[in-house]
Design a protein around this ligand. Structure first.
Ligand SMILES: *[C@@H]1O[C@H](CO)[C@@H](O)[C@H](O)[C@H]1NC(C)=O
Ligand SMILES: *[C@@H]1O[C@H](CO)[C@@H](O)[C@H](O)[C@H]1NC(C)=O
Ligand SMILES: *[C@@H]1O[C@H](CO)[C@@H](O)[C@H](O)[C@H]1NC(C)=O
Ligand SMILES: *[C@@H]1O[C@H](CO)[C@@H](O)[C@H](O)[C@H]1NC(C)=O
Ligand SMILES: *[C@@H]1O[C@H](CO)[C@@H](O)[C@H](O)[C@H]1NC(C)=O
Ligand SMILES: *[C@@H]1O[C@H](CO)[C@@H](O)[C@H](O)[C@H]1NC(C)=O
Length: 282
């Protein structure tokens, strides 16, 4: 590979020329040949624009159409009847990374395709900031990433100011790793050992990213506190009502009796007055 100062396009055309000159096996001559641009690496976002290229350089079959796919899914509005294909991304971000294919569909021959890899540093896009649980319950923490190739996942816990790999001595830790997702499940939470900071770390060939979730574990009685608070309020209220009723009753008894006597005399007095007045007018 010490001869690689040659421009890659020149190297490619040399390869092609030699490929055409050499009398290959009969079948290979009929097979479509696709020339692609180099793989792309997205290092920071936003990264400079990139353009993927595929050229169908030899085919004995008539082309029907061609299109691009990303991670196996057809990219909309890329279908054309053209043997020279381009796909441009103006503001590349980590999520634009993946496995791209250019696909050529012929009238009377199987499809042909070529792969171009677009690689990027993993970027953690989904996570919980904190998880609050009671002792004995289970905690679930997760991280989701974008970035291709898919990362290797590691979970660590902060001990004495440093993140160290999880020690599963109690057998209560369960980890599920998928291509762009990881999950840490801790069962039968312990109030003494489990609270703290947990870090998921995604690492691929291009770089790595990590995120920290804080786990808080409360005592069994914690969920009872609001209930106990309400209970205490009810008790205090009942006590206040009882005291109030007890103080009210002895006051009310004389209140009822006092006005009874004078009121009656008053009313009879009023009648007398009325009678007197009436007589006076007569
Ligand atoms: C494909 O063809 C176009 C037009 O002929 C050319 O500009 C481009 O460099 C080619 N790409 C590759 C990867 O050969
Ligand atoms: C695509 O172009 C080729 C060559 O120009 C032509 O033979 C073919 O019929 C076209 N296909 C469609 C679907 O138009
Ligand atoms: C590309 O070609 C391979 C081999 O023929 C096939 O398995 C694969 O599904 C094709 N990919 C796409 C995106 O068409
Ligand atoms: C922790 O130990 C349990 C029981 O031995 C096991 O099932 C589980 O897979 C282990 N978890 C991890 C992350 O190694
Ligand atoms: C990656 O994550 C997305 C959701 O964000 C999901 O739709 C997709 O299927 C995942 N890809 C793989 C290959 O796991
Ligand atoms: C992730 O872990 C690797 C080692 O396993 C380390 O080199 C890298 O710095 C970590 N990344 C982050 C973002 O902490």
């Amino acid at each position: 590979m010490s001869a690689s100062p040659l421009p890659s396009s020149l190297a490619l055309s040399l390869l092609l020329v030699t490929g055409c000159l050499l009398p290959g096996p009969g079948a290979a001559q009929n097979e479509p040949r696709i020339v692609t641009s180099e793989e792309v690496i997205i290092r920071d976002s936003p990264a400079p624009p990139f353009t993927l290229q595929c050229n169908l350089t030899s085919s004995s079959h008539s082309l029907q159409y061609s299109y691009w796919t990303k991670n196996g899914v057809e990219l909309t509005a890329t279908r054309k009847n053209a043997s020279t294909m381009e796909y441009r991304v103006n503001k590349p971000r980590s999520e634009d990374s993946g496995e791209y294919h250019c696909v050529f569909q012929f009238f009377s021959a199987p499809k042909a395709n070529a792969t171009i890899e677009v690689k990027a540093v993993p970027e953690i896009t989904g996570h919980k900031r904190s998880e609050n649980k009671n002792e004995g319950q289970e905690a679930l923490m997760y991280c989701k990433s974008v970035g291709y190739p898919y990362p290797d996942w590691v979970w660590r816990k902060k001990e004495n100011g440093m993140f160290v790999d999880l020690l599963n001595t109690s057998g209560r830790f369960f980890i599920v790793n998928k291509e762009n997702y990881t999950e840490l499940n801790i069962v039968n939470l312990q109030i003494t050992e489990d609270p703290g900071e947990y870090e998921c770390n995604a690492t691929n060939a291009i770089g790595s990213d990590s995120f920290v979730t804080v786990l808080r574990v409360r005592s069994h009685l914690a969920p009872l506190w609001p209930f106990l608070g309400i209970l205490a309020e009810i008790i205090i209220l009942v006590v206040i009502i009882v005291i109030y009723e007890k103080r009210k009753r002895p006051d009310e008894v004389p209140d009822d009796d006092e006005p009874a006597g004078p009121m009656k005399t008053n009313s009879t007095n009023n009648h007398k007055d009325k009678n007197l007045r009436q007589r006076n007018t007569n």
